[in-house]
Design a protein around this ligand. Structure first.
Ligand code: NAG
Ligand code: NAG
Ligand code: NAG
Ligand code: NAG
Length: 316
């Protein structure tokens, strides 16, 4: 008789759910990935990957993140100094050959995805186009659908590098572009409203110190009565002005905005604010690293020079 062994049988496919927080960040921020599994077993290790777009067959290559070579014991993983939008995948244990949970970390970086008309909320009767701009000649427009990533061409029309959401198509999603060379664009949150009223607010993060104007729009009539503006559900403007004019945006202006007029209320949209020159601490760090590298290089060159000199002397 041998010693008894315990046999653990995994259900066919316990889908891990990957969550990312925060969803919107500035270049240089850290992002925490969480891999939730229904019934984790003791001794499981978690493997973390970055998704690299592969245009040829509309799929991804998965690249193991450094620091995750042997997997991690913990079900969470922190990516430091995130500089661009990226897709991540987690895989609990090596038994799962197919990574299946995907979620994208949305970084508000350079604006290579443009939206027309340029606003976050649209009427259901609007046609909205999302255009990818950048070095690549081949782009695809993606959005998150439940826990997987969907392609614009699945439901909408992709012409060249532009995805068009036609009139009366209801789409409330976060969109971004991916290129064959593995680039992701910034991401935008687009909603199409079935209601008569929308808030006109910036779709991209606004820069600190710049000015921004928010307004309200009705689908089939002009605004005749007062417009009330709310930030995070708090009334911030109640007078005869029809627009909310923020002349120098600061970090405290970040938040959810909505408007109200003629007894109608819009949905709220998030307005994010980015620092004037990206993230200053990140730039400072880069400068310090650069300076240290420079000094080390100079010292090495000096040592080499002296080394050669003294060698020369002994030969003489
Ligand atoms: C485009 O490519 C050039 C040269 O390869 C590079 O310097 C530039 O930063 C790229 N632009 C973008 C938006 O990636
Ligand atoms: C706006 O101000 C007026 C007068 O101060 C007040 O009567 C009204 O209730 C306010 N509107 C809202 C939505 O609070
Ligand atoms: C908004 O404020 C800026 C700066 O104070 C000013 O130049 C601009 O005319 C204002 N716009 C409106 C519509 O009031
Ligand atoms: C996108 O915008 C909608 C409406 O404002 C909001 O409910 C949703 O949470 C936003 N999504 C993200 C990822 O910020």
């Amino acid at each position: 008789w041998s010693d008894p062994i315990t046999l653990t049988v995994l259900s066919s496919s316990p889908q891990p759910v990957l969550t990312v927080s925060p969803l919107w960040l500035s270049p240089g921020d850290s992002v925490t990935l969480n891999c939730e599994v229904k019934h984790p077993s003791a001794g499981w290790r978690f493997y973390w990957y970055e998704a690299i777009p592969k245009l040829s067959d509309n799929s991804y290559n998965y690249q193991l993140l450094s620091g995750s070579r042997d997997g991690t014991e913990k079900y969470s993983f922190i990516v430091h100094g995130q500089t661009h939008t990226a897709g991540y995948v987690c895989r609990p244990t090596v038994q799962h050959t197919q990574p299946n949970a995907k979620l994208v970390s949305l970084v508000s970086g350079c604006s290579s995805l443009t939206v027309s008309p340029e606003r976050a909320q649209h009427f259901i009767s609007d046609s909205v186009s999302l255009e990818c701009k950048g070095n690549s000649t081949q782009w695809r427009v993606k959005f998150q659908e439940d826990s997987s990533l969907a392609d614009c061409s699945l439901w909408d029309k992709m012409t060249g590098s532009t995805c068009t959401i036609e009139e009366y198509r209801s789409r409330n999603n976060v969109y971004w572009c991916e290129s064959g060379s593995g680039e992701f664009s910034n991401a935008v949150n687009i909603t199409k409203q079935k209601y008569e009223i929308i808030l006109v607010s910036p779709v991209h993060p606004v820069t600190e110190g710049s000015s921004v104007i928010l307004s309200c729009r009705l689908r089939s009539s002009d605004i005749v009565s007062n417009v009330f503006f709310y930030q995070n559900n708090k009334l911030i403007q109640n007078d005869t002005r029809k627009e909310l004019n923020i002349s120098a945006v600061s970090k405290s202006d970040e938040g959810f905005y909505k408007c109200q007029t003629s007894g109608r209320e819009s949905s709220q949209s998030w307005m994010s604010v980015k620092g004037e020159l990206g993230n200053p601490s990140y730039l400072l760090m880069l400068m310090i690293v650069g300076l240290i590298c420079g000094v080390v290089l100079i010292i090495l060159l000096l040592l080499l020079y002296r080394c050669r000199q003294s060698k020369g002397e002994t030969f003489i």
